[in-house]
Design a protein around this ligand. Structure first.
Ligand SMILES: [Zn+2]
Length: 277
């Protein structure tokens, strides 16, 4: 039986980004991403908005935005809003009820602000444990991003321990970009997952890192540009495909069209339909 799932329209590669804390520098980051058609997930702490009208002292780099700024900036439909816990708490210090509260209260605030569902999160400080993951399961979280670099492009399905490929300051970022672009991925699919904080570009005075990254990986027709939740939903749809005993009939019980290389042929298995190969 020969089947390899592909990204939408049969693409072999996908790119997603994840940036934390809801700081002013996200505005500049978003402009760069939009110029290159790249999608990002922004992880926000709704219990930490800056006071309206806050003026930061010169040289202050970690500049959180106010609620009204946040509501305006992240309404951009190209990107996803996700939770980053109400107060940016280190979840491994909390009991399961407190963990659930940090996540659910953040979700409630963000959903009230943006409408729709806020389904994923990034771990504040990157800290997590099996106990934290169990508490998140109870909240119904779709995914939770860690800060553990894989340095590879494997498509993960342990969604509550979603490890990124690397941070934007990884010294091997240019090599990873080249590897991603040059790999034809005949078997399976590749996901490049970059994370960071946009205020770091100001702190390190290295906006050219993200400019060059987007220049290289953006605007290509062989890459699917997706938010974190789009990747999660799509990969889950692939995993939900049912097949006949001989593998020649595939049934898609989901609401998302799924693409696969099956028996050497690229096929689309439309939402709610069967395909005979
Ligand atoms: Zn953070």
């Amino acid at each position: 039986m020969s089947i390899f799932y592909r990204f939408p329209n049969g693409l072999h590669k996908a790119l997603t980004l994840s940036y934390d804390d809801g700081v002013e520098q996200d505005v500049r980051l978003m402009e760069i991403l939009d110029r290159h058609g790249i999608r990002c997930t922004f992880n926000l702490n709704s219990g930490c908005w800056a006071q309206e009208g806050t003026v930061y002292p010169k040289g202050h780099i970690h500049r959180r935005m106010s609620a009204s700024q946040v509501a305006k900036v992240y309404a951009n439909p190209n990107h996803e809003v996700a939770a980053h816990c109400l107060t940016h708490a280190s979840l491994t210090e909390l009991n399961p009820a407190q963990v659930a509260h940090e996540v659910l209260a953040d979700r409630e605030n963000l959903e009230a602000m943006f409408g729709g569902l806020v389904r994923g999160l990034a771990y504040p400080f990157g800290t997590f444990s099996d106990t934290v993951v169990d508490a998140l399961k109870a909240t119904g979280a779709a995914y939770a991003r860690t800060v553990v670099s894989t340095n590879n492009f494997a498509v993960h399905t342990d969604w509550l321990r979603l490890h990124p490929t690397c941070h934007h300051n990884a010294p091997n970022l240019p090599q990873l970009c080249d590897r991603f672009l040059n790999d034809s991925a005949p078997f399976g699919s590749l996901l490049f997952y970059l994370w960071g904080h946009s205020y770091e570009f100001e702190a390190d005075n290295n906006w050219e890192v993200i400019e060059e990254f987007c220049e290289k990986l953006g605007g290509r027709d062989d890459v699917w540009y997706a938010t974190n939740i789009q990747i999660v939903d799509y990969v889950n749809a692939c995993r939900a495909i049912l097949s006949s005993a001989d593998g020649h009939t595939l049934y898609n019980p989901t609401v998302i069209d799924v693409w696969a290389d099956a028996f050497g042929k690229l096929v689309c298995i439309p939402a709610g339909q069967s395909v005979k190969l």
